[in-house]
Write a protein that binds this ligand. Sequence first.
Ligand code: AMP
Length: 119
Amino acid sequence: MAYDSDNIFAKILRSEIPAGTVFENDHVLAFRDIAPKAPVHLLIIPKGAYTDFADFSARASDAEIVAFNRAVGEIATRHKLDETGYRLIANIREDGCQEVPHYHVHLLGGENLGSPFKN
Ligand code: AMP
């Protein structure tokens, strides 16, 4: 899948639309989800143009991958979620119901989220 530079997260990265930024470094941006599904619902994205986890894991540099994973942990800690726990979700392409085609991880917490495997 080719990267669509008009996707909403690319626009956020170019500051063309606002975001509730909570974290930023050379490789990573994190901001509040516009439609939160938990008391804390953040989106963590690499600054590079990657469509999804598969693309990121295959093409990103080691430095980008390390920075991304460390940022996820640091953001969770800063929001005190490491004390009570949290959930990471990455939706990938059609079967994963990914809506925005720029790789992102959802970080959810702030309450007991229940099992994702119970209907
Ligand atoms: P996904 O289904 O994994 O692609 O999730 C995309 C997420 O992006 C959804 O949870 C949306 O609520 C969120 N979202 C869409 N537009 C914005 C925006 N402008 N700012 C923050 N979050 C957004």
